[in-house]
Write a protein that binds this ligand. Structure first.
Ligand code: NAP
Length: 254
C-alpha cells in the first residue's frame, strides 16, 4: 500500500477514474471546482453539486469543451436542502447512471473569525448546517447509490483546525472536528458491511476565496492553487486507495 504521508506525490494514470461516477459538493469554485475538472480529466462522470448555478454551468461547459465525459449539474443549497431532495438525487443517480463510485464532501463556509464569547448564534448554526449536518444528510441519502457499486469512496473535507483548534476559528473548527468524528464512525460501521471506504482529507492552506476571507492580509500566491493539490484527491477516488479506511489524511506535505 502507498505510504499515506506521501499521497501528495501520487501519480495518477490518465484513465484512473474511467467509468466512475463521482459527486462533488461545492463544485463551482475553489477546491471543488479543481477536483471536478481533474476527476473529469481522468475519466470520471462528475456530478457537480452547488448553490450558484452560473458557477456550476461554467465548470460544466469547461468539462464539455475539453471532451471529457458529460457531467451532471445539481443545483442545491446545502443550508436549506431537505432529505427529500437528497433522496431524489440518490434515486436519479441509480436510475440514470447505474450507481455512485465516489462522494467528495467539499462544500464549506468559514463563518466568523471571532472569540466564541462574541460569536453570533445564528451564524454558528449555519456553519454547522453547511459544514457538518448537510454532509451527514447527503452521505446518508447516497449510501444506497454507493453500495450499488464495487469499492466506492467517501471523502470528508477537514482542516488543520479540525485536528488542533485555534482561537477565533469558532464554529468552523467545531464543524471540522465533528467531521472527523463522522468520518471515523462511518468508516468503522461500513467496514463491517460493505466495501465503501471513508476517509478525511485536509487540503491545507490553498489559494481560494475562503482562504482570502480567513487571511485577508496574506499574499495569495504564497499558497498553492487548488489545481496543485489534486494528487491526494485522485488517490482517494481511485482504486489505488482500496483498503485505506478511517484515515485522517493531508493533501499537502506536513
Ligand atoms: P471556497 O473557494 O469558498 O469554495 C467553497 C465552495 O462551497 C463553493 O463552491 C461554494 O459555492 C460552496 N458552498 C458554500 N456554501 C454552500 C451551500 N450552502 N450549498 C452548496 N454549496 C456551498 O472554499 P475552498 O477553500 O475551496 O474550500 C473547500 C473545502 O476545503 C471547504 O470544506 C473548506 O473548509 C476546506 N478547506 C479549505 C482550506 C483552504 O485553505 N482553502 C484549508 C482547509 C480546509 P458558492 O461559490 O456557490 O458559494
Amino acid at each position: 500500500m502507498q505510504d499515506l504521508t506521501d499521497i501528495h506525490n501520487y501519480n495518477a494514470n490518465n484513465t484512473l477514474l474511467a467509468g466512475r461516477n463521482i459527486v462533488i459538493t461545492g463544485a463551482g469554485d475553489g477546491i471543488g471546482r479543481a477536483a471536478a475538472l481533474r476527476f473529469a480529466q481522468h475519466g470520471a462522470t462528475v456530478i457537480l453539486l452547488g448553490k450558484t448555478v452560473d458557477k456550476l454551468a461554467a465548470v460544466y461547459d469547461e468539462i464539455e469543451a475539453a471532451g471529457h465525459p458529460q457531467p451532471v449539474m445539481v443545483e442545491l443549497d446545502l443550508h436549506t436542502a431537505n432529505n427529500a431532495e437528497f433522496e431524489a438525487l440518490n434515486r436519479e443517480i441509480i436510475d440514470n447512471l447505474g450507481g455512485l463510485h465516489g462522494l467528495l464532501n467539499n462544500a464549506g463556509i468559514l463563518g466568523e473569525m471571532k472569540p466564541l464569547s462574541q460569536y453570533d448564534a445564528e451564524t454558528f448554526d449555519q456553519v454547522i448546517k453547511v459544514n457538518l449536518t448537510s454532509c451527514f444528510n447527503l452521505t446518508q441519502a447516497l449510501i444506497p447509490a454507493l453500495e450499488s457499486t464495487e469499492n466506492a469512496s467517501i471523502v470528508f473535507t477537514s482542516s488543520s483546525v479540525g485536528r488542533k483548534s485555534r482561537a477565533y476559528w469558532g464554529a468552523y473548527a467545531v464543524s471540522k472536528f465533528a467531521i472527523e468524528g463522522l468520518m471515523q464512525t462511518w468508516a468503522d460501521e461500513l467496514s463491517d458491511t460493505c466495501n465503501i471506504r471513508v476517509n478525511s482529507l485536509n487540503p491545507g492552506a490553498t489559494q481560494t476565496n475562503m482562504r482570502k476571507q480567513a487571511f485577508p492580509g496574506e499574499t495569495p500566491h504564497n499558497n498553492p492553487a487548488p489545481e496543485a493539490i489534486m494528487n491526494s484527491y485522485l488517490f482517494l477516488m481511485g482504486n489505488d486507495s482500496i483498503g485505506v479506511n478511517g484515515q485522517q489524511l493531508n493533501a499537502q506535505k506536513k
